[in-house]
Design a protein around this ligand. Structure first.
Ligand SMILES: [Zn+2]
Length: 91
């Protein structure tokens, strides 16, 4: 409980000293914009943007993809990996 109080105090102390955190630009799902229903696992050009150079799937909070399309995307990427189109890890 004391710890919580200390945190609140620390936050109020920081006001003014630290520049205000800018609200992040609202990202809108690229797949919703293009009205894409199903993501094709063969469409590497689209999926490349959502895979890091290490082969990881980019999280939703970074890419701004909506929950529905992130699920579709993850499935497509996993299918592409099995087909050997995308790496499981590394490059
Ligand atoms: Zn979407």
């Amino acid at each position: 409980m004391d710890n919580k109080k200390a945190n609140i105090n620390a936050e109020s102390d920081d006001k003014g000293k630290r520049p205000m955190r800018r609200a992040p630009k609202r990202k809108v799902c690229a797949f919703c914009v293009e009205k894409i229903e199903a993501i094709d696992y063969k469409d590497l050009t689209k999926m490349r943007r959502y895979v890091t150079e290490k082969g990881k799937i980019v999280p939703r909070r970074t890419s701004g993809v909506c929950a529905h399309h992130q699920r579709e995307l993850a499935t497509a990427i996993k299918r592409a990996r099995i087909m050997g189109l995308l790496p499981f890890k590394g490059e």
